[in-house]
Design a protein around this ligand. Structure first.
Ligand code: HEM
Length: 456
């Protein structure tokens, strides 16, 4: 099924084995907890750009967040794979346009396609659809394949081929992860077979997976702050006390316990993949007293059953579960309530289940948490987020309308009416930041250690 839609390069859908291992090894080297710290300059650049865009057109906040996420990944600085230890590089070194960028639009459609067809909750994945002829009425699946395959291929093919082309033409492009990896591959006497495909897939999936799920987390953070203004007030207070007049960097993360708790709570409260990614059992197994025959598809319920207003009796009968993993009482009382405090209590550990399980756990989790921290801390340092007003000046009520079925994040764009205002007084740092910082300035080595003052 994933193959029909063009998602065969998606590591999450690869069966366990050597091919998967080669990809996951590359991703771990790229996104492990230490490596992600070295990408701060790219993140800061995208983050400061986001603050400026929010100042110009706050009503388009979700587009700005989506664009900034894409920009971070495309412009990612990295020291990747043992071969490239010399200097930080970029993944593709391709610029994303602030408006109507083809690759940003394509990732939107491709991820929507995965949500509509492959991820749990969609019947299409249970049938051998490739054998169903097109002319049979009532089977829209083939149309879906037509609609989604091209964008899914595009987000991996186009940036990769652009780098290949630039190389062949000997164009003066920034050295990127992709170009350096290819260069090195050509010097190897006995490369592993299909190494070029591993490089291409790894870069492609970092873009597709990273841009989608992290975007979802960021939007949910915005929504939570409007639904719970007392939480937003506490975030402002903590950020002001710790940071004073400057914007945050990753180094501040350790000094902002309430803010960290807020990020964890957003991911626990509304995980981007509420049913994670389904996997098939490699062997017969027994778990919790249940016999799981080899080949069974196992779906982990991070947050699904709990949010159904009337959980299916059939589902509950077969699973004997009525509470999702992220609604477990180990996270404290009232698990449905949004309450960052729960992660400040002694003995409550940060949740990991929103990132999946066991050896299939998300390799991008450290990167995602850092991005969430930097983007949201910067936004809250500068802005106040409130419901938008209607024509009579009344608040338009913001309701919590997340639909937990597969990948739903791109739907969120149309759901919320929210305004973003610069905070009063001297909080309005962003308008004093020169636009040069965002467009052309590349921070020098070590510069990211210094807190940007916003007064350049
Ligand atoms: C808040 C952001 C994110 C969330 C909530 C998230 C969540 C998840 C979940 C639930 C899974 C399935 C794990 C399983 O099968 O048990 C997964 C897998 C994966 N994620 Fe993420 N993810 C996020 C960000 C990222 C980023 C930034 C990347 C970029 C590298 C990424 C790359 C992947 C990959 C490659 C897999 C497949 C792993 C495998 O099957 O072995 N994710 N993610």
């Amino acid at each position: 099924m994933a193959w029909l839609l063009g998602w065969d390069y998606n590591v999450a859908f690869m069966p366990y084995g050597d091919w998967w291992r080669r990809h996951i090894r590359a991703l771990h080297q790229f996104f492990n907890s230490r490596a992600v710290l070295s990408y701060e300059p790219s993140k800061l650049k995208a983050c400061r750009g986001l603050l400026q865009n929010l100042l110009k057109t706050p009503e388009r906040f979700s587009e700005h967040i989506q664009f900034s996420m894409a920009r971070v990944i495309m412009d990612l600085k990295l020291w990747f794979i043992p071969l490239i230890l010399t200097s930080p590089q970029v993944i593709y070194a391709i610029d994303i346009k602030p408006e109507n960028d083809f690759l940003v639009d394509m990732v939107h459609v491709a991820v929507e396609g995965a949500g509509n067809t492959i991820l749990p909750g969609k019947l299409t994945r249970l049938f051998p659809v490739k054998y169903i002829p097109n002319w049979i009425p009532g089977i829209p699946f083939k149309k879906l394949v037509k609609k989604y395959k091209e964008p899914t291929d595009a987000i991996s093919d186009i940036p990769f081929n652009t780098v290949l082309y630039a190389e062949q033409e000997k164009k003066n492009i920034d050295h990127s992860f992709v170009s350096r990896s290819l260069e090195r591959l050509r010097t190897l006497k006995n490369p592993l077979p299909n190494e070029e495909a591993v490089i291409k897939n790894t870069a492609g999936i970092a873009y597709a997976a990273g841009a989608g799920t992290t975007f979802s987390g960021l939007i949910q953070a915005v929504v939570a702050s409007v639904l719970y203004p007392e939480v937003q007030k506490r975030l402002h207070d903590e950020l002001d006390t710790v940071l004073g007049d400057r914007l945050p960097t990753l180094a501040d993360r350790k000094d902002l316990p309430y803010f960290n708790a807020f990020c964890y709570e957003v991911l626990r409260w509304r995980p981007g993949l509420p049913l994670a990614v389904p996997h098939a059992a490699l062997e017969d197994d027994i778990y919790g007293g249940y016999f799981i025959p080899k080949g069974s598809i196992v779906v982990a319920d991070a947050w699904y059953i709990s949010q159904l207003s009337t959980p299916s009796p059939l589902l509950c009968k077969f699973t004997s579960v009525n509470r999702s993993i992220l609604r477990d009482e180990k996270y404290g009382p009232n698990p449905e309530e949004f309450n960052p405090e729960r992660f400040l209590q002694p003995g409550t550990r940060a949740p990991t289940e929103q990132f999946g399980f066991g050896r299939r756990i998300c390799p991008g989790r450290f990167f995602a948490l850092n991005i969430m921290f930097l983007f949201m801390a910067s936004i809250f340092k500068v802005y106040e987020i409130v419901p938008a007003k209607d024509e009579n000046g009344n608040d338009i009520p913001v309701t919590d309308r997340f639909i937990a079925s597969g990948v739903t994040f791109f739907l969120l764009r149309t759901f919320y009416t929210i305004d973003i205002y610069p905070q009063s007084g001297d909080h309005n740092i962003v308008s004093t930041i020169s636009s040069e910082i965002f467009e052309t300035r590349r921070p020098k080595k070590n510069e990211c250690d210094e807190a940007p003052t916003g007064k350049s």
